[in-house]
Design a protein around this ligand. Structure first.
Ligand SMILES: [Zn+2]
Length: 144
């Protein structure tokens, strides 16, 4: 007898959004499920529940995914410019540090929130509820 994974969809406390809707709503900082309530209760703190549809937003844990995507995107945007400036003008190292490091920090700061929102929307599309038990230590409060 061959083992088969359990493919029955989990019972979700919300209607999962479509992929495009979830990503775009999250990108705008709106609830991925309804697109009306706010996703964030601070710069990066996720609201416990949606104020409009009461989807359990605060139980989802994006963990390191948003910073990973942010650094990957920012690096791919800036590093070609760094290399081109270095080959074309060969400025002293302090010029690179004075220009690129603040630029990198500013772009990352501006992108992190929308990318976290899009990641949350994607997670909700995939049917994640925050109850999977992998990322959250058992017995701990998920939003602590
Ligand atoms: Zn909502």
């Amino acid at each position: 007898m061959r083992w088969e994974p359990d493919r029955t969809p989990p019972a979700l406390p919300y209607q999962p959004p479509g992929t495009k809707d979830g990503l775009l709503r999250g990108l705008k900082g709106l609830c991925p499920v309804c697109g009306k309530g706010r996703l964030f209760a601070g710069y990066l703190r996720v609201a416990d529940t949606c104020e409009s549809c009461h989807a359990p937003l605060g139980r989802l844990r994006a963990d390191d995914a948003p910073p990973y995507f942010t650094i990957m995107i920012t690096g791919h945007v800036l590093v070609p410019g760094v290399l081109w400036i270095e080959r074309a003008y060969m400025p002293p190292m302090w010029v690179h540090m004075a220009v690129w490091l603040p630029l990198f920090a500013i772009i990352c700061t501006l992108l992190l929130r929308p990318i976290k929102g899009a990641t949350m929307g994607w997670m909700m599309r995939l049917g994640m509820t925050g109850d999977e038990g992998g990322a959250v230590l058992r017995g701990s409060k998920p939003d602590a």
